[in-house]
Ligand binder design. Structure first.
Ligand code: ATP
Ligand code: MG
Length: 396
């Protein structure tokens, strides 16, 4: 590998070198340049180098993932020509006009849901800034993996706790319930006005015990292995049943159900009882997220792979980005009376059915939960399942 001192020396002696020697040196330098270019293009980071006028003087192939234009077309152009997403543009403008460098700034692109780490460093030539080096790293998959790992760890920790909690809480609760029945019988034997008051108080105690019992049951449901009894089912029928079941509650809340069911879907192997429970939890969340008038769209369609997907889309409050990583955590709730186990149960059921659960949300716009269920015997694909533009999908 030649250093810059070598080139300087060649330059000084160039008049004394014969053509053969010069040709040899040029060939070596050209091979070396190719090698640098190869290494530069092989980086997982996208890199752009700009001059003092913020014009592109160098860019590597990886950069095409971030700008969707061939890099050849951006050479000598102003950096703005790359047409970056507004979130990136804002940071670049700030870094290129100011004197502060930007190091490892995490940016979330609303349009594509990508997560980018961006650095803007000064390009130093002879000790003074001759431009900038701009570095992009896509960490979207890394973040998704981290989130999945957190979910798995959360579930594992919860399972370990379950046996103890079941004994500690469920047994005394059953005993309290039995004693309430006994007290009721004893009170019934007495006479007088006071017995009425006592009965009323017992009704409250009984209600509270029932509430505790249902929390414990939810908890156990979330952590115990499930014994599913599966059958071939028409997913649209299940959706219609759920919509009918919740119709009254939804109307009460001034919410409208809009069903968009693809009637040409293959059947899926599911346990309808569990699947209904999963739908119920997601739809309940959607109802709770809508504070005034609103709509819940339920759409069924085929995925690109021929599986079946059910989208449950609300135009409620949405989930802030900072909360996204926590919604599957056991006990995470933002509601006054929530137990924070609803989505843990959904996740578990869908996983048990071999499906996938995806969520997209925009604060103030709404949320879309997509439940993908595998089809064993895949028909030839009839419909294309598109991951639609987030805002469009949410506004449907
Ligand atoms: N459709 C949605 N819109 C907005 N936020 C949601 C939505 N679905 C879930 N969330 C958020 O995720 C959190 C966890 O949901 P999850 O269903 O697990 O628990 P919960 O609804 O709070 O309590 P519960 O155990 O009663 O279901 C919610 O508290 C809420 O902040
Ligand atoms: Mg819930």
């Amino acid at each position: 590998m030649q250093n810059s001192g070598f080139i300087q020396k060649v330059f000084e002696k160039i008049d004394k070198l014969d053509a053969v020697k010069i040709r040899q040196i040029i060939s070596e330098l050209s091979t070396e340049k190719e090698l640098y270019k190869l290494a530069f293009d092989s980086l997982i980071e996208g890199v752009i180098v700009t001059n003092r006028d913020n014009k592109v003087i160098l860019a590597n192939r990886t950069m095409e993932e971030f700008i969707s234009i061939p890099i050849e077309r951006i050479y000598s152009r102003e950096i703005g020509y790359c047409n970056f997403d507004p979130e990136i543009k804002e940071v670049l403008d700030e870094a290129l006009t100011g004197s502060d460098k930007v190091v490892d700034r995490e940016i979330h692109l609303g349009r594509t849901d990508q997560r980018i780490i961006l650095s803007v460093l000064p390009l130093l030539g002879n000790g003074e800034a001759a431009g900038h080096v701009i570095i992009f790293v896509d960490i979207t998959e890394k973040r998704v993996r981290e989130m999945q790992l957190r979910q798995a760890e959360g579930l594992a920790a919860l399972t370990t706790l379950s046996a103890g909690v079941a004994h500690e809480i469920k047994n005394p609760l059953t005993s309290i319930d039995i004693h309430i029945q006994l007290m009721k019988k004893e009170i019934a034997k007495l006479e007088g006005e006071e017995t009425k008051n006592m009965s009323n108080l017992l009704v409250i105690v009984k209600e509270e015990v029932d509430r505790l019992n249902s929390i414990v049951q939810d908890f156990l449901f979330a952590v115990r292995p499930m014994s599913m009894s599966t059958s071939m089912e028409d997913i649209n029928e299940i959706v219609k049943e759920m919509a009918q079941f919740l119709q009254y509650e939804v109307e009460e809340e001034d919410i409208e159900f809009v069903l968009d069911l693809n009637e040409d879907l293959p059947r899926v192997v599911v346990d309808p009882k569990y699947l209904k429970q999963a739908f119920l939890n997601v739809i309940k969340n959607a109802i709770e997220a809508i504070h005034e008038k609103g709509e819940i769209h339920i759409k069924t369609e085929s995925t690109e792979e021929g599986d079946v997907v059910v989208h449950i889309v609300d135009n409620g409050e949405g989930i802030p980005q900072s909360r996204m990583g926590k919604i599957y955590d056991p006990y995470f709730t933002t509601k006054k009376f929530g137990s924070g186990l609803g989505l843990v149960i959904v996740y578990k059921i869908i996983k048990e059915l071999g499906g996938k659960l995806k969520v997209k949300s925009k604060e103030g716009v709404g949320t879309r939960f997509s439940i993908e269920l595998p089809v064993l015997e895949k028909k030839k694909k009839l419909l294309t399942y598109e991951e639609k533009d987030e805002s469009k999908a949410l506004n449907r």
